[in-house]
Write a protein that binds this ligand. Structure first.
Ligand SMILES: Nc1ncnc2c1ncn2[C@@H]1O[C@H](COP(=O)(O)OP(=O)(O)O)[C@@H](O)[C@H]1O
Ligand SMILES: O=C(CO)[C@@H](O)[C@H](O)COP(=O)(O)O
Length: 461
């Protein structure tokens, strides 16, 4: 049996799956935690990757591997290939002002036309501007800039030379200086943001080899975690995927690029040669972690409490902007609880309001895509919660399809590695397990009350 490996180096952890090339069957898997924080030494990702590979039984019998990673993170390397400073992650909002300045200098429409997206604080281009402005010495030492998956792929190759850095269309499309519309870097935008044009990774096609490890395991191009999730879950045109991880994302596979001048929808490329319009919230599964901690229970009990409360939590409304927010673009926002009465001051009401508030934030992202999906697929760590699965249709106002619990980002990466070996125009067909379908009536007034609370606390957004 030929084996392939897929890696998900995401915000909270690194996961590795090893699957059969022919059938896609899961053979073994491993995981390791990443440190907390929005500014992280990439060495931690490397150590976690090695631990997760070891926990998955190693790569001795594996033919090809692919790394998918959290998007946008700025990894700066000096001329000798050493990391210059901690990487600023997608959820680090210190570059919000830099984003405002960059958008003001060209206008939102010009950015959307140039790179498919209007940059917000998450985008690498804004982080480079922040670095040039606030840490000129680090900026001066930066000879190359790449993304988390690019850096891990480069390390797996044992590379030293900056000219050996590679990336793919999907992850490159989240930088803000590569255009999914033309398939080319925009050095002028890099220069505008950073004042110089550092080395950037070569952009590989969907099945182009990135090299090999010293043990001879072939390296697929890898991609961003959302692009890998689309591949892993087998998203097809007409589907919208909602992922509840550290970030909340809503995305769809499209045949043509998008250019949303409002900035709500990022016009990303996908991992197959197509496109992946995506709306992202900064607040998803961790809202549940925070609510569980506030109430003093575990996630399972939080879910039971949420399901024990009446739908709509009798008007108790939680606006979940605990880490600022990206959709809507409010990097300095905080969360709020509205509608407290003596009768709603219970752990069950708070649990329900947390699940509903988090899902209302995701419903805003779903609406931003402006699609009428045939299916809404729910994935990510948060989809493991029964309460989330059962409450989601009451908030989204449509049935929700939940694939069997799994690591769909790592699976997508494994499928890309299989595609590298099998060749052909499309990735190999792997049979997926049967999804469960959750249907429920929308909760009357819930979205309206949420919109009102959001507006009341956040000045008319
Ligand atoms: N049974 C569960 N109920 C609710 N949330 C869960 C459950 N299992 C995992 N999670 C959530 O999943 C999150 C991690 O999701 P994951 O998709 O792995 O994140 P990321 O890819 O961003 O690292 C954690 O914040 C955790 O709260
Ligand atoms: O910034 C985005 C998408 O644009 C995030 O979705 C990151 O890619 C992080 O993903 P998770 O770790 O939450 O999966």
């Amino acid at each position: 049996m030929t084996l392939v490996a897929g890696v998900d180096s995401s915000t909270q952890s690194c996961k590795v799956v090893i699957r059969s090339l022919e059938t896609g069957a899961l053979v073994r898997q491993g995981r390791a935690a990443h440190p907390d924080g929005t500014s992280v030494d990439p060495a931690h990702w490397w150590e976690a990757l090695l631990s997760a590979i070891a926990a998955a039984g190693g790569l001795d019998d594996v033919a090809a591997i692919s790394v998918a990673g959290q998007q946008h993170g700025m990894v700066c390397l000096d001329a000798g290939g050493r990391v210059v400073r901690d990487a600023l992650l997608w959820n680090d909002t210190r570059s919000a002002q830099s984003a405002t300045e960059l958008v003001a200098s060209l206008g939102a429409q010009a950015w959307a036309e140039a790179v498919g997206s209007v940059p917000v604080a998450s985008f690498t281009v804004t982080k480079l501007r922040w670095l040039a402005t606030h840490e000129p010495a680090s900026a001066a030492r930066t000879a190359a800039v790449c993304l988390p998956h690019d850096w891990l792929t480069w390390r797996l190759k044992g590379s030293r030379g900056l000219d050996e850095l590679t990336t793919d269309r999907g992850d490159a499309s989240g930088t803000g200086y590569w255009s999914p519309i033309t398939g080319a870097y925009r050095d002028d935008l890099l220069k505008l943001a950073f004042g110089a044009v550092p080395v950037v990774p070569r952009v590989l096609g969907p099945t182009e080899e990135a090299g090999a490890t010293s043990e001879g395991v072939l390296l697929a191009p890898g991609t961003g975690d959302n692009m890998a999730a689309a591949l892993g879950v087998g998203a097809r045109p007409g589907d919208v995927v909602v992922s509840i991880g550290t970030s909340g994302t809503a995305f769809a596979v499209a045949d043509t690029p998008s250019r949303d001048t409002s900035g709500a929808v990022a016009g990303f490329a996908d991992a197959t040669g197509r496109f992946l319009p995506l709306a992202c919230t900064l607040n998803a599964a961790r809202v549940l972690d925070a609510a569980a901690a506030m109430i003093g229970v575990g996630l399972e009990r939080l879910g039971e409490l949420a399901l024990s409360a009446p739908a709509g939590a009798e008007g108790l409304t939680l606006v979940p902007y605990l880490e600022g927010e990206r959709t809507p673009n409010l990097p300095h926002a905080t969360g709020a609880i509205h509608g407290l009465r003596l009768s709603t001051s219970t752990p069950a009401h708070l649990a329900r309001a947390a699940v509903e508030g988090m899902l209302c934030g995701l419903a805003d992202a779903l609406d931003a895509l402006g699609l009428s999906p045939e299916r809404v697929l729910l994935i990510g760590g948060g989809a493991r919660s029964e309460a989330v699965r059962r409450i989601a249709p009451t908030v989204f106002g449509r049935p929700v399809v939940v694939p069997p619990p799994g690591e769909y980002v790592a699976d997508g990466a494994a499928r890309q590695a299989a595609w590298l070996l099998s060749g052909g125009a499309e990735p190999p067909e792997w049979s997926a397990g049967s999804p469960s379908v959750h249907e429920a009536e929308p909760t009357p007034g819930l979205r309206e009350r949420y919109a009102e609370a959001r507006t009341r606390f956040l000045g008319g957004v």
